[in-house]
Design a protein around this ligand. Structure first.
Ligand SMILES: Cc1cc2nc3c(=O)[nH]c(=O)nc-3n(C[C@H](O)[C@H](O)[C@H](O)COP(=O)(O)OP(=O)(O)OC[C@H]3O[C@@H](n4cnc5c(N)ncnc54)[C@H](O)[C@@H]3O)c2cc1C
Ligand code: SF4
Length: 556
């Protein structure tokens, strides 16, 4: 464990984390991956009980909220549409065998730049999308909270970086995060020192050094060493398929065990189809959900929605009533709008040496050198660059997407171990026309599916081109013989954003909806902008802050 000036970071030591979140110690020691006793003996509420809070979705936002509320003594249940995963039983170290961990229910895509949805966007089941996330957890920069006033684009948040900073530190301790001292945004440190650098990361550092671009190792949500009863990373590179080792963080192992130990219930295989509303009191009364083919209703004093940026707006839009004919909390036509993906081009470089890019966590080294607006450029905001490590099936899809088939594709695949890859995350702007609406088509529960419409603006296009240009320069500077760029997208946030007032947001800075007093939204939907940072850490920090406020508010 690293030591240093205490003013640089909160106490991320194992003992301090354990005192507030014991999850890593509730996982069994040794080869067992799941504490079956904890699950078997978990508290179970009756549908007719009015519990303190029902949470829709048990992913990054939902599980963090559940753990916080359970610790505060709330009677809380999280309902998730997917299964309660057992890493040993359910996950395989195989790309093609991992599709069941993605959200594969039908969705419609449209717009001038439709975004393919599936493995690269959202997960299902307890732990949410972080079960198969890549593990990279940078913070936003202070500028991300005021892009409109600073750069004339995007939106200002109703909070500042300083409001989130202590929650960033708490979550970084709980995941926990390993990485070098971070010089960008507000400089900070991480509780664990960085992991050793892979061949892929070394290529990035070599190319970046040659061009005078600073690149650093980390931050990854993978302890560098054992943490509690979690095992050390074995650098086998299957983070996107669910880490069977329990080395990579996901709420399934970082927040759910502690929540169960503190009396929360996780109700898996429970698809919420509607939030019910009492016209008389103006309050949400609970949620209607499907479990094993039967419709049920869970009563609750608070409803907290955390179903991910597409499913959260979909559920709100579907929850119509006399008071909300166009969907719950949608008085100002904001639900479903301002969705954002990040432009995520990847650039591969072929080297004479074997690189074996898969032998490490997928992103490891990164640079935020191009993150902020550069007034000499024709675009606003920026991008980050990270090394990434597509596995063979994804790699073949990249080339096939370029129209490369047959013998040429076989050649590229035979050469797989010689390639290194970089990925950029470009800050696409929040635009009102990029939105979720309800389609005509319905799912197996009779609920209209989401129609996700996406179109890029000129600034988005310019950022993609600029990022690809820099990555190609880095690959050439590192000595690549062949360089190829693939255009793609990653992540998804927004759709029920926070704002100063109800004309600018669906929820306030504490994630409480403006329209329904006892309804909160605590997932990626509430982010007004996204920066060039991967979103999970920010989602958890925003949620931890909202939980703090909610608990303090109720206890007066
Ligand atoms: C391949 C991939 C790689 C990624 N890599 C990174 C990374 O390196 N770093 C990073 O920061 N982020 C990464 N992300 C993104 C990150 O995982 C997500 O942004 C984050 O998990 C979203 O959190 P959330 O709380 O909004 O939703 P989720 O974590 O997706 O949780 C939503 C949960 O709600 C459930 N649900 C949805 N609708 C309903 C309903 N109606 N009823 C009941 N349950 C419902 C779902 O089953 C799911 O479990 C990655 C994502 C993917 C897919
Ligand atoms: S590389 Fe490490 S964190 Fe990723 S799946 Fe393998 S053991 Fe888990």
């Amino acid at each position: 464990m690293r030591t240093g000036p205490s003013s640089w970071f909160r106490d991320g030591s194992a003992d301090a984390v354990r005192a507030r979140n014991e999850s890593a110690w509730l996982i069994p020691k040794g080869q067992e991956r799941v504490n079956h006793g904890l699950r078997k003996d978990m508290r179970r509420f009756d549908d007719a009980d009015e519990i303190d809070a029902v949470i829709v979705g048990c992913g990054a936002g939902g599980a963090t909220m559940m753990q916080r509320l359970a610790r505060a003594g709330w009677r809380v249940a999280a309902l998730d549409a997917g299964p309660f995963w057992d890493p040993e039983r359910d996950w395989v170290s195989d790309e093609a065998g991992s599709h069941h961990i993605y959200w594969t229910e039908p969705r419609v895509i449209s717009g001038s730049d439709p975004v393919p949805l599936g493995s690269n966007n959202s997960g299902r089941g307890v732990g949410g999308s972080m079960v198969h996330f890549a593990g990279y957890v940078p913070r936003l920069h202070p500028s991300d909270f005021r892009t409109y006033s600073q750069d004339g684009v995007g939106a200002d948040w109703p909070m500042a970086y300083a409001d989130l900073q202590p929650y960033y530190e708490d979550i970084e301790g709980e995941l926990p995060v390993a990485g070098e001292d971070w010089p960008w945004g507000e400089p900070h440190r991480y509780p664990h020192s960085p992991h050793p650098v892979s061949g892929n990361g070394l290529i990035f550092k070599r190319g970046a050094d040659a061009l005078g671009i600073e690149a650093r190792v980390g931050p990854v949500a993978i302890p560098n060493g054992r943490f509690g009863h979690r095992q050390h990373c074995i650098y086998r590179g299957f983070c996107l398929q669910g880490c069977k080792v329990n080395a990579k963080a996901s709420p399934l192992i970082t927040h759910v065990p502690d929540a169960l130990a503190n009396g929360a219930e996780v109700r898996a295989d429970s698809m919420v189809t509607r939030i019910e509303y009492d016209e008389r009191t103006g309050r949400a009364t609970g949620v209607r959900y499907m479990r094993h083919g039967v419709e049920r209703f869970q009563r609750a004093a608070h409803v907290i929605v955390a179903g991910y940026s597409i499913e959260t707006p979909r559920l709100l839009l579907h929850s119509t009533s006399k008071r909300f004919p166009d969907g719950m909390c949608n008085d100002h036509d904001l639900v479903g709008r301002y969705l954002m993906v990040q432009g995520a081009p990847q650039t591969g470089g072929r080297f004479a040496d074997e690189i074996r890019m898969y032998k490490a966590p997928p992103p490891e080294v990164s640079s935020e050198h191009f993150y902020e607006t550069d007034p000499t450029k024709p675009y606003r905001r920026g991008f980050s660059i990270q090394n990434v490590s597509p596995l063979p099936v994804t790699w073949s899809e990249h080339f096939a997407g370029q129209g490369i088939w047959g013998n040429r594709l076989r050649e590229y695949m035979r050469d797989y171990v010689h390639w290194a890859t970089l990925g950029a995350l470009c800050e696409f702007l929040p635009l009102p026309e990029n939105r979720v609406t309800l389609a005509e088509e319905t799912d197996r529960h009779g609920m209209p599916v989401a129609n996700f419409s996406y179109s890029q603006c000129d600034n988005d296009h310019a950022l993609m081109d600029a990022a690809a240009g820099v990555m190609e320069d880095i690959m050439h500077a590192a000595g690549a013989e062949d360089v190829v760029t693939f255009n793609r997208f990653a992540h998804l946030v927004g759709g029920a954003r926070m704002g100063e007032d109800e004309t600018r947001g669906v929820v306030d800075r504490d994630c409480r909806s403006f329209a329904v007093e006892n309804l909160l939204i605590t997932d990626g939907s509430v982010l007004p902008t996204q920066g060039s940072a991967n979103p999970a850490l920010t989602i958890m920090a925003v949620t931890a802050r909202a939980a703090d406020r909610l608990v303090k508010d109720r206890s007066g």
